[in-house]
Design a protein around this ligand. Structure first.
Ligand code: NAD
Length: 475
């Protein structure tokens, strides 16, 4: 299994760094690579390169931009077998999920490449002799920050939106999982992207963001990660009125009505909870089940959860790998202990196995009291809560009771229930009878503390462009 050489990518060239940090395999806790740590001079060079890159790229025809993006996407697809093990080694997820992530990253590029050619303006009817037209222009240089839960598809979201819009980007990918972004940069280099349009840096997150965000030439800040860091970066950006695209935490509710196959819904939900070891901002977490169906749903969920095969993601039999870092283990342990102490029942999992690796089993907590921390704090791991509710109104009130609103789910076959959920749920994305919440074709993003702005869909390039109005008085 090969893990790529890790370097900075600035102005179309790979650059070594004097300082490095270890990158660990979360399944073994062994070092697999050395992360290059950017110094301020590297960041200054990246800014200069992105400036040069933007001058070229904004004048490149959208059709040509799309061709280069599509070429890079097809290289990622061709290289999937070579890339997938490195994602599993640095993040822990099973190989099959790493392969799916590469396809998903390619889909983000392919969709946004199409949108690059549909950045339409419009002409506004007016009095004779004057014409008002409204056009959309690329905003400028983007400072992008991508997290570790999807090492390739998270950076792909930011790079796709920026490049399709005609912006250049300086991307800081996650310290724990740098290889996904390295593979993206290689694909773009091989696809003929002009130098400086995509720049990739790593290092100490606070040093990089506090240098880049205040710079005049940075015109968009795009971040995916925790709400607390998102607020911090938004405050920093506000000082220069730099617009932000923030994709932050969630605590997704799932409302289960009793008109569905409860056992099938329970099994499907447990399988989905195990995806990426629950480290997904849309991961289904707070299950509110109508009282009549509660026992059947909870039993099916717990049985499937207990059967999930946990192990090294490189092993073909593995269904769920470790969590990505030791911080998640400590956080999950504390949330389970607190819920247990407050009276929650543990229907599956709850204790981590001995031995190396950051393994934590799918854990099902039932009848969890409202004052347990896990009812409010996003576990960001393989932990689900199943609580009974009186009726749909009760469920919707509980679902909306947190300051998050990213993904929400419902299981029902009643059109009336679907209408009530559509009308009542406070979230950016509501999925009915499916636990998929984010695909390239539709906009994705949150309300309340889950963030601001949308990625994907027809709306996805909006945040990387500025609107310009031209009033033309004809002689
Ligand atoms: P964290 O808050 O320490 O870091 C989250 C991300 O922000 C990381 O990628 C990190 O590199 C980056 N970051 C941290 N400080 C920064 C700074 N000053 N400037 C720029 N970037 C900075 O949390 P963590 O322990 O890495 O992850 C746990 C939490 O993060 C979870 O509870 C979850 O809410 C959130 N998270 C969300 C997503 C998502 O897809 N929305 C992805 C990963 C993590």
């Amino acid at each position: 299994m090969t893990y790529p050489d890790l370097n900075l990518f600035i102005g179309g060239r790979w650059r070594k760094a004097a300082d490095t940090l270890p990158v660990l395999n979360p399944a073994t806790e062994e070092e697999i690579g050395r992360l290059p740590v950017a110094r301020q001079t590297d960041l200054e060079d990246a800014l200069e390169a992105a400036d040069q890159g933007f001058r070229i790229w904004r004048r490149t025809a959208p059709r040509v931009r799309a061709q280069i993006i599509l070429k890079a996407a097809s290289l990622l697809r061709e290289r999937a077998e070579q890339i997938a093990p490195s994602i599993t080694m640095e993040n822990g997820k099973p190989l099959v999920q790493s392969r799916m992530e590469i396809v998903r990253g390619a889909e983000f590029f392919e969709w946004d490449a199409g949108e690059a050619q549909r950045l339409y303006g419009h002409v506004v009817p007016s009095a004779p002799g004057i014409r008002y037209s409204v056009i959309r222009e690329p905003a400028g240089i983007v400072a992008g920050f991508a997290p570790w839960n999807f090492p390739l598809s998270q950076p792909a979201r930011k790079v796709a939106g920026a490049l399709a819009s005609g912006c250049s980007i300086i991307l800081k990918a996650a310290e724990e999982t740098p290889a996904g972004a390295i593979h993206i940069a290689r694909a773009f280099q091989d696809a003929g992207l002009p130098d400086g349009v995509l720049n990739l840096v790593f290092g100490h997150p606070a040093e990089i963001s506090s240098y880049l965000i205040p710079q005049d030439r940075i015109r968009v800040v795009a971040f995916t990660g925790s709400t607390s860091v998102g607020i911090h970066l938004t405050e920093m950006a506000a000082r220069s009125m730099t617009p932000v695209l923030m994709e932050l935490g969630g605590h997704a509710p799932v409302i289960v009505c009793d008109d569905v196959d409860l056992q099938a819904a329970g099994r499907m939900s447990a399988t989905r909870k195990a995806r990426n070891s629950g480290q997904v901002c849309t991961s289904p977490t707070r299950f509110f089940v109508m009282e009549q169906g509660y026992q059947a749903f909870a039993a099916a969920f717990a049985e499937r959860a207990a059967a999930v095969r946990m192990g090294n993601g490189l092993d073909a039999a593995t269904e769920m790998g470790p969590v990505a870092n030791h911080r998640r283990i400590a956080a999950l342990d504390a949330l389970v202990e607190d819920a247990r102490a407050k009276g929650a029942k543990v229907l599956a999992g709850g204790t981590r196995p001995n031995g190396p690796g950051y393994f934590f089993p799918v854990t099902v907590l039932a009848e969890v009291p409202d004052d347990a921390r896990v009812m409010r704090e996003e576990p960001f791991g393989p932990l689900a809560i199943i609580n009974p509710v009186r009726d749909l109104d009760d469920a919707i009130t509980r679902a909306n009771s947190l300051p998050y609103g990213l993904a929400a789910y419902g299981f029902t076959h009643s059109a009336a229930n679907v209408d009530r959920l559509t009308d009542g749920i406070e979230a950016g994305n509501l999925s009915i009878n499916t636990l998929e919440a984010s695909v390239a074709e539709v906009p994705f993003g949150g309300v309340k503390l889950s963030g601001h702005g949308r990625e994907g869909g027809a709306e996805g390039l909006h945040h990387y462009t500025v609107t310009k109005t031209i009033s033309h008085k004809m002689e």
